[in-house]
Design a protein around this ligand. Structure first.
Ligand code: PGA
Length: 299
């Protein structure tokens, strides 16, 4: 296979198809037609000598050769970012692309921080990905983004994690409930139905760990993947929940919520900026870490 025939453009197209798992969505993202995308993928596959994608139902999936190529494309992308950063540093510029992936709950504060960052560095283009912790850890493992925001850096990966903000988890009840005056023990809450985040969520993980440590079990009535839905269901009187203080907002009573005084709460696990230790950070990524640390608020 001759390297001379492969272009960065083709590799970018290939990585975009892999990212979206779809030719048509990749074409849309790249502002190309679907046949133009298919032709580029066919040209790369001809060079490689093996198919890069296979059909699985209505979706397409990477073949083993496709996975190898994706990893190589990401390494090339890292090297190129390092080169751009080096050149940017020589020119004293901060420009380029920044990809940040955050867990669902971080969307309550991170966009505001990003807003300030964008104003300071208008030449940096930003791509944001929001998903629950399990999905964000998968992206981290596959080196898909520059930086990750989460509150439980995975122990099984070699990462650098820098805490920058508190993430207190509190027990909330409908404002209409009359509960015994606090401080309450968790055991006193077991008769009440609880609404929980889904398995794979960082919030759920923190709660499950606390319950395992203290030997309590809660009456979980419903698990769901949306902080907002849980917050609104609690306000409507459906049950209690354990949520990040960021989700509850500044005026819980106005939202129909009451934060309970429960022994052992709030659970504390700070938000961290995380990246793979082997990742070569681009100038935009380093600038964003500095920005977050400038506003760090840890107790
Ligand atoms: P989650 O993650 O939004 O998946 O619950 C929150 C966290 O990592 O603390």
């Amino acid at each position: 296979m001759s390297r001379r025939h492969l272009t960065f453009r083709q590799l970018e197209t290939f990585a975009t198809v892999a990212r979206y798992g779809s030719f048509s969505r990749a074409a849309e993202a790249l502002h190309l037609t679907q046949p133009a995308v298919s032709i580029q993928i066919r040209q790369i596959a001809d060079q490689v000598g093996l198919p890069l994608f296979e059909q699985s139902g209505r979706d397409i999936q990477l073949t083993a050769a496709g996975q190898e190529l994706l990893q190589t494309a990401r390494e090339l992308d890292d090297s190129w970012s390092r080169f751009e950063s080096a050149i940017g540093a020589l020119k004293g510029l901060k420009k380029g692309r920044l990809r940040v992936a955050l867990v669902t709950t971080a969307k309550y504060f991170l966009p505001r921080m990003l807003g300030a960052f964008c104003q300071r560095y208008p030449d940096i283009d930003i791509e944001l990905e929001v998903a629950n912790r399990a999905r964000i850890v998968e992206r981290l493992r596959a080196n898909e983004d520059d930086l990750y925001i989460m509150s439980f850096p995975p122990e099984e990966l070699d990462v650098v994690a820098t805490p920058f903000l508190d993430n207190p988890l509190v027990v909330v009840a409908p404002a209409s409930y009359t509960l015994p005056a606090g401080p309450l023990g968790l055991a006193e809450l077991t008769p009440y139905p609880f609404l929980m985040r889904e398995a794979g969520s960082g919030t759920r993980r923190a709660v499950d760990r606390h319950l395992a440590k203290t030997g309590h079990a809660l009456n979980v009535k419903l698990s769901l993947g949306s902080n907002e839905a849980i917050r609104d269901l609690v306000a409507s009187g459906m049950g209690l929940a354990i949520l990040s203080r960021h989700v509850v907002g500044d005026n819980p009573e106005q939202e129909g919520l009451h934060i309970l005084d429960v022994a052992g709460f709030p659970l504390q696990q700070p938000w961290s900026i995380v990246h793979l230790r082997r990742k070569v950070l681009s100038l935009p990524a380093r600038a964003f870490i500095d920005e977050l640390l400038e506003h760090a608020a840890l107790s």
